[in-house]
Write a protein that binds this ligand. Structure first.
Ligand code: AMP
Ligand code: TRP
Length: 330
């Protein structure tokens, strides 16, 4: 039986943070031997907000692929490629735009949020409004059946499903599957201030932070504000450090909870234990990263090979899509 196809992508906007790793990448790694996986560096998506200053796009593309491989993506198993290398993404985006009502795009919650959050940029552009549609094109081009992403991407998968339905209805063939979202156990990883971990909040721990940086950031984490003295009983359910224990220190999380609730461990000591767990979790990733950083040619080859494999799939599907819209050979 043919393997199901999975597609996901990330914008090359700099070093990955632990939210990207735990919310998405960790799941990609787990899925790669069971499915046909395509993982895409979506540089056109990055350009929707970085169009004024694209200087770092190529550098960030390398760095991101290095993070992916260091974390455990396997280029033999998965197709790893750059969006702008497969022009069919743009062609399908254009075709889908013909029948996508503006109101669908305007009501995507991330659209208004991002406009608010990135006020310093002029985002009243055509490209930015079309961000979710380009994402739909990415996914539908390979007729992917599932998309592993963090919770914040759910509205984008939802609109992708609507677009698939509309296409299938208009051109009278159930051509595109409606993709499912695959969430990881960690749906939203908080940052050190307790809000969602995100570069735009400045609350991240990066995958490539060095041990001292990690220790410093863990010391800054928000804990139970009701806890004044170190032997006051704590409430782990409002403590960011405790959430991290749950993710990175699963074997000991039950006992951490107990000693916290009984006031038998202070926040300083508890964070020290957490920091050391994080440091040893990140160490092997960092080592692999260092080795890969010397191999730019190797990364380039992976992306070239990925583009070739993705293009072959894209060309085949695109020919069928053109035919369904009466744009095929005369
Ligand atoms: P972005 O860097 O925003 O393009 O995100 C890339 C991927 O990481 C997407 O699948 C996001 O849903 C996921 N992601 C980003 N931040 C977090 C977070 N704090 N918790 C969980 N997933 C996240
Ligand atoms: N919008 C996604 C994000 O910000 C990135 C993305 C672009 C994507 N195209 C995709 C994710 C297709 C999954 C599938 O993280």
């Amino acid at each position: 039986m043919e393997k199901k196809t999975i597609f996901s992508g990330m914008r090359p906007t700099g070093r990955l943070q632990l939210g990207n790793l735990l919310g998405a990448l960790d799941n990609w790694i787990k899925l790669q031997d069971k499915y046909r996986c395509l993982f895409c560096v979506v540089d056109w998506h990055a350009l929707t907000t970085a169009y004024e200053d694209p200087a770092l796009l190529k550098e960030n593309t390398y760095e991101m692929v290095i993070d992916w491989l260091a974390a455990g993506l396997d280029p033999e198993e998965s197709i790893i490629f750059r969006q702008s290398d497969v022009k069919e993404h743009a062609e399908l985006h254009l075709l889908l735009s013909m029948f996508t009502p503006l109101s669908w795009l305007e009501r995507v919650p991330t659209y208004k949020d991002q406009l608010q959050q990135l006020k310093d940029k002029n985002l009243s552009t055509y490209g930015f409004l079309g961000y979710p549609l380009l994402m739909a094109a990415d996914i539908l081009l390979y007729r992917a059946e599932a998309v592993p992403v963090g919770e914040d991407q759910i509205p984008h998968i939802e609109i992708t499903r609507e677009i698939a339905r509309r296409f299938n209805h208009l051109y009278q063939k159930p051509y595109f599957p409606e993709p499912e979202t695959i969430l990881n156990k960690v749906k939203v990883l908080p940052g050190i201030d307790g809000r969602k971990m995100s570069k735009s909040y400045g609350n991240t721990i990066s995958m490539s932070d060095r041990p001292d940086e990690v220790r410093k950031k863990v010391r800054q984490m928000i804990t139970d504000p009701g806890r004044v003295r170190k032997n006051d009983p704590g409430n782990p359910s409002v403590c960011t450090a405790f959430t991290f224990h749950g993710v990175f220190n699963a074997e000991e999380v039950a006992s951490v909870e107990q000693v916290c609730r009984r006031g038998e461990i202070g926040c300083v000591e508890c964070k020290k234990q957490l920091a050391e767990r994080l440091v040893s979790y990140l160490e092997p990733i960092y080592e692999r990263r260092q080795a890969l950083q010397k191999e730019k040619n190797y990364i380039r080859e992976i992306l070239a090979d990925g583009a070739k494999r993705a293009s072959a799939l894209a060309a085949e599907n695109m020919a069928e899509i053109r035919e369904l819209m009466n744009l095929g050979q005369l």
